[in-house]
Ligand binder design. Sequence first.
Ligand code: KG4
Ligand code: ZN
Length: 343
Amino acid sequence: MRVLGIETSCDETGLAIYDTQAGLLAEALHSQVDLHAAYGGVVPELASRDHIRRLLPLLEQVLAEAKLDRRDLDGIAYTAGPGLAGALMVGAAFGRSLAWALGIPALGVHHMEGHLLAPMLEPEPPAFPFIALLVSGGHTQLVDVTGVGCYRMLGESLDDAAGEAFDKTAKLLGLPYPGGPELARLAESGDPTRFRFPRPMTDRPGLDFSFSGLKTRVLTEVQKFGETMDAATRADIARGFEEAVVETLAIKCERALQEHGRTRLVIAGGVSANKRLRKDLETRLKKIGAGVFYARPALCTDNGAMIAYAGACRLAAGEQSDLDIGTRARWPLDSLPAIEPVA
Ligand code: KG4
Ligand code: ZN
């Protein structure tokens, strides 16, 4: 089964074609970073309009790359939520209409399920069951995963998501949008011992997170220096912040694995592209005989391939959406129906 995946939940237009036999056939992405940079963050109305402009050319691009015609598609999967309402609506209207015109099934996919399953597109995918750490701009969740659609929420952020904390802290340090990767780059040259920020909620039991206080601590440091802050201090603060977030996430991941008797951890979502997080988890989990799985960086951040894959799993199992063009800005991951994996 050949499935076209369409991602338009935020500021990237991502399209891909996944074949349940042959794997990923083509993918294309247009990032709106330049469009939103001047505003220091995503402007929803501009995002929706840009998705409209990009979808058709990107469709032609992935079809050409896969050497396929529209009529060779067997199903269409689009991100139906969570995300920006208008942006979601563009992808859903495009995907649902194209499927109707072609007489093939369409399915609205949960964006975080897309992230969660993205490591399945790698040469050595994780076997079920595993614990997943979902870390994106809008979510920080620990999930026990026993199959596609079999998700039990173990913990989540009570306030800011990890990616949001990276982005807000980057802004405090005067870094351009999108801040997460920029902050990680700056942190590379920073001294890890000069600033020690708290590891929130690690000293008490449980698997929930809280990152908003950390951002405030960084703000206090930044204000102490004011105009006199030099480049080295900025890098040291960035490093101290990154170390704090990474260690906090890693402590909770290790705790989740041990408390639930799992030996595999999957990390997914934009922040899972963070090198220090990957390295810290690898070292830490090796000591307890557990392994960590993640996707290549381009499949950690928003992309069409993860939507095509998650959609293919469900469409191949006979699931499909009706003719309504439905989206959900809020949508609990653990409310999804369970299905068997395709392969
Ligand atoms: O999954 P994603 O692309 O979009 C959402 O679904 O939100 O995640 C984007 C988030 C942003 O907050 C971005 O700053 C963060 O992931 N991010 C990173 C890195 N790359 C992306 N954070 C830390 N280190 C990175 N290398
Ligand atoms: Zn995402």
